[in-house]
Design a protein around this ligand. Structure first.
Ligand code: HEM
Length: 225
């Protein structure tokens, strides 16, 4: 018969595999995002994401927001990833703190304000604009709460706020998987983009909140030994 201890081992192994797989996908898509940066330094207004944006790029806050965002967001994505490793946390607590502070500063000073500014000119119109504004405000708020709870040494709350913040950051990865998939499924470019921007973070946050509630009602199975 499978003992409680065996079940714990299986769950721990499954979590490690899934975590490793998710990390690989995040790194691969993150590298793909950064691989287009040749078009942005200097800005190419003929092809790609910046095509046709020359009318307002330097005449508004867009240019500054754009560069803040495309530099800060990949730094945050990269620094946030190893933070979920319990091994790293235990073996190198100072590295965890340094990466955490770099993540928070990259989100608060660059990725979130830049994303907020860019959101007003989103190619997905008002539905996408509202989504990006909500995301930018939420990611900043979650990151501030995560930092505050760490300083207060309320580490369980800190873990939850940081996870919420990072789930918003990896929306960039999910968006780049969902949008082409929905277009291939037959949706128009606009509808696919508008749906994808919302689907790239709302379900993840809902699933996370449900899992946390289940954990509270069932009790901490993993930590019961
Ligand atoms: C809460 C998280 C994020 C928000 C609110 C956000 C917001 C935005 C917005 C509004 C745009 C313009 C989209 C449009 O015009 O339709 C954009 C584009 C972009 N974002 Fe983000 N973003 C987030 C996370 C990230 C992350 C984690 C990365 C990097 C890995 C990233 C990299 C980029 C890049 C490079 C662009 C330019 C378009 C492209 O090259 O694909 N963003 N983002």
């Amino acid at each position: 018969m499978i003992s409680r201890h065996d079940i714990q081992l299986i769950i721990t192994a499954a979590r490690a595999w899934l975590g490793g797989l998710a990390a690989l996908v995040i790194v691969a898509i993150g590298l793909r995002i950064v691989s287009t940066f040749g078009w942005y330094f200097p800005p190419n207004f003929r092809d790609g994401f910046l095509a046709g944006r020359d009318a307002y790029f330097w005449r508004s806050a867009y240019g500054v927001g754009f560069y803040l965002h495309i530099v800060g967001a990949p730094v945050a994505l990269l620094c946030g990833l190893p933070q979920f490793s319990r091994l790293l946390l235990r073996a190198f607590p100072r590295l965890h703190r340094t990466l955490g502070k770099t993540y928070a500063l990259a989100v608060l000073l660059a990725a979130a304000p830049g994303g907020l500014i860019m959101g007003f000119w989103s190619r997905g119109g008002i539905p996408a604009m509202l989504c990006f504004i909500t995301m930018s405000v939420l990611v900043a708020a979650f990151t501030i709460l995560a930092w505050r709870t760490a300083l207060q040494r309320r580490f369980e709350s800190h873990r939850k706020w940081m996870t919420r913040s990072y789930l918003l950051m990896i929306s960039a990865v999910l968006l780049r998987l969902l949008d082409p998939a929905l277009r291939r499924a037959g949706l128009s470019d606009d509808l696919s983009y508008q749906l994808s921007v919302w689907l790239s973070w709302v379900p993840s946050l809902v699933i996370f909140e449900v899992m946390e509630r289940v954990k509270i009602t069932k009790g901490p199975v993993i930590a019961s030994h």
